[in-house]
Design a protein around this ligand. Sequence first.
Ligand code: ADP
Ligand code: ZN
Length: 619
Amino acid sequence: MSTEARTIQGEHPADARERILGALGQYWGYDELRPHQEAAINASLDGRDSLVVLPTGGGKSLCFQIPAALRTGADIVVSPLISLMQDQVEALRTCGYPAVALNSAASPAQNARAEEQIRAGEASLIYAAPERLLSMRTLSLLDGAHINAIVVDEAHCISHWGHDFRPEYRRLTELRRRFPSATWHAFTATATQRVRDDIAHQLGLRDPEILVGDCDRPNLTYRVAPRTSARDQVLEAIRRHDGHAAIVYCISRKDTERTAEWLKGKGVNAAPYHAGLSAERRARVQRDFMAEKLSVVVATVAFGMGVDRSDVRCVVHMAMPKSIEHYQQEAGRAGRDGLPAECVLLYSSYDPEKWRQLMMRSAQETGQDELPEHQLELLDHMRSFCARMKCRHQALAEYFDQSLDSENCGACDVCLGENQAADDAPVIAQKIISCVARLDGRFGAAHVADVLLGSTKERIRTLGHDTLSVHGILAGTPSPVLRSYIDQLIDAGALQRIGEEYPLLQLTDDSLAFLRTEREVSLLTPKAAARAKAPRASESASWEGVDEQLFDRLRTLRREIAEQRGVPAYIVFGDQVLRDLARVRPADRSQMLEVKGIGPRKLEEFGEAFLGCINGANA
Ligand code: ADP
Ligand code: ZN
């Protein structure tokens, strides 16, 4: 509302910096800012709109939490993640930071208390779900609150391009009339240029400061593999992170239940999570996961947003997501604490078709009889990401118009050399291309694969394709591997897919050159047994000097404290703090305050208990 509410505009930069660092230490116990944080904070303090794109775990929250804490009045944070809002606010309050949340997940008593604090001017930051925010009751409450800034978190939700669009986000601009002098700040982790433009346009940002960080997540190791035996592959991945948090994404609700059940049978502490479960059951899964009583959540991709923990060490996709944006968001939930984590994507070349059918069905439900072109385009980018044997970090960076410095990322299946080149690639390519030629380009990839594998299913026999000379010439090749070869040939330009509904596999102008082996081709498959057992350098580095037994004891203590208080474990301390504590073994409170991530408030609350645990261990 009134601009006097801002107290910092025109302040000398050095003074502003000191106050920013002061807040950073006071609430979070950190001593330096990350790239772009200072510029983002200053944009807000200077009263300028901003659009900030930082990867998950890049530290977006501090960019809006700090300015709000440094001035009188309050800022509003709009977030779609209602289920997580309460936890975020709880985490802030544990640091002594004055924040409140207004949303349907909070009890009426909690909401009433939040309203009281807003009226009393005791909240610097007000988190609200979009619907709640736009209600008359909330708006009139906020009228008296000196709103300096409106922060739109997960701002990509306002865009149709590759994201789960939320119609209520479009209504946010109604707030402009209500709070004409407030500045606007959009935050997101994933945004191509197109999405960025869309966000700025939809929110009507005025000459915004645009800050785009490096989108790469170097702490993540990406692995993409053909889905051969899905459940075993999932089990193998989560066993590499035994006892740690993992999320498994499935396309259907049924799959989440079956997979969770199967995993439980294998001794994994797992539970399903999807929109069809009762609110009560979902809340319990969420609570148990947060409290570290549950390690693995098997969720539908459509609904996985509610499960989040910063120490997720592994995210597995049992099938391909429908866009790279979705993949980036979902896989991005791994390693938000910056520590090494792994993302495994199991892929079958049938996945794009399955998505196409699902998307078609939902389009028809809304009366459309065609899929928007851009949806198919996004799907195809995702397909190609899976099928191509190109550095995964590099491929993701390129999709977001960036590029990686190093040739070898050392953190994906391709760069780690976990795939092997088929010795006889030229011959395999010849056989596949011949089969496509023999079938006159009138069949899809699945049928071509069936012929090559020597299938005798009815359709093959009826068409007489079991008598073709190409029938069975690649018999014995695992079917997903063959489908991956076909994808790789498409990617190399040796074949093409034509048509949308039932895409046909056809020759290209270059097919002949491949057939005559004038053009080189390499075909990769995952190495069977040699699944990277050796941890990455950064994985072992992050454990260097850490007394792992002490770490486990500290973890148990953290879980007990969290349980007593009924809060998620990470709110007490993150894994990074626990590792540091188990590395430096502080002897007293002042040494403990040196550890990054421990501020005065947390020292007071938890110092005694953790020092006791550490020094008991020293003795
Ligand atoms: P994002 O919202 O971008 O996914 P968060 O704001 O949750 O990321 O931050 C990720 C983690 O990094 C959190 O644990 C946060 O406390 C930590 N963090 C953020 N900024 C800093 C900083 N300047 N120094 C140290 N840790 C930081
Ligand atoms: Zn790589």
